[in-house]
Unconditional design. Structure first.
Length: 258
């Protein structure tokens, strides 16, 4: 049974970091409700939810994906590119330490979990406004001895690599080619987002099903036509904080005894 680590929504979510979006009013009660439904989706897909209490003083702390990269062999604790997000790490380290050997990214490296896409034993690391070359070098040093190949991928026009491309099946990626070079993914099958839905590539694969935002209707149709089974979630409020469905959880296989 996979574990999904989540964290409640901070009441200060509106003070979040924003890079590509203009600030908008966020309905916090609705954001909390949407987050709860998201946790229910993950539970329905077979995850054991480890739900951490909200960190009220850390506006972006609901986006736990950015704090760590977890594989069977280890968990890399990140050093987020946004300074305001670095205090999110210690509480995640405490939880993850029960499941995995921990490796911590150190200065001058920066890396956000949203920039790391894992397909089998290949790790694609986005070079973005949040993740730098030193961060990717540290990711490589931690993951290559465990049998992974790490490839750096430049990202432009969006926040993270996983804003531009995500796995929707073991052999299929959902992609916005305007934000990342599709040629870098070799012969993996690709599904393009609908032209009118540039932000639609963020999708969370759990087992063989995909948690997907209901608002990207055209891309959703494409996924369905391609035989991808989806569970949809309304993410309207968290999306105003530039968050997507991958951002709100750390999903990994349970091993060891917490
Ligand atoms: C940030 O800018 O850091 C947050 N407002 C959004 C983070 C979203 N995380 C993700 O895509 N992995």
């Amino acid at each position: 049974m996979p574990i999904a680590i989540t964290r409640g929504v901070s009441l200060k979510l509106e003070r979040c970091e924003l890079t590509h979006l203009d600030p908008e009013a966020i309905d916090i009660a609705r954001a909390c409700e949407q987050h709860l439904r998201y946790e229910h989706c993950l539970a329905a897909l077979g995850c054991e939810i480890v739900s951490l209490p909200a960190e009220s003083e850390l506006p972006d702390s609901v986006f736990v994906e950015d704090t760590a990269v977890v594989v069977d062999e280890l968990a890399l604790l990140t050093r987020p590119g946004a300074r305001s997000r670095r205090p999110e790490i210690p509480s995640i380290a405490e939880v993850l330490g029960a499941y995995r050997r921990l490796v911590q990214v150190v200065p001058p490296g920066t890396i956000d979990g949203g920039d790391v896409l894992i397909v089998g034993r290949t790790v694609y690391a986005g070079l973005s406004a949040r993740t730098n070359a030193d961060g990717v070098a540290q990711l490589k040093a931690a993951f290559e001895p465990a049998g992974y190949t790490v490839t750096a991928v430049p990202v432009t026009g969006c926040l993270h690599l996983k804003s531009a491309v995500c796995a929707v099946a073991a052999d299929t990626l959902l992609i916005n080619r305007d934000w990342v070079d599709a040629a870098l993914f070799g012969r993996i099958k690709l599904i393009d987002v609908a032209r009118t839905e540039p932000a639609a590539a963020n999708a969370l694969l759990v087992g063989k099903k995909v948690v997907y935002p209901s608002r990207h209707e055209r891309t959703l149709e494409r996924l369905t036509r391609a035989g991808i089974e989806t569970v949809t979630a309304d993410f309207s409020e968290l999306a105003k904080a530039e968050g997507g469905v991958t951002c709100c959880s750390l999903v990994f296989e349970k091993q060891g005894t917490p």
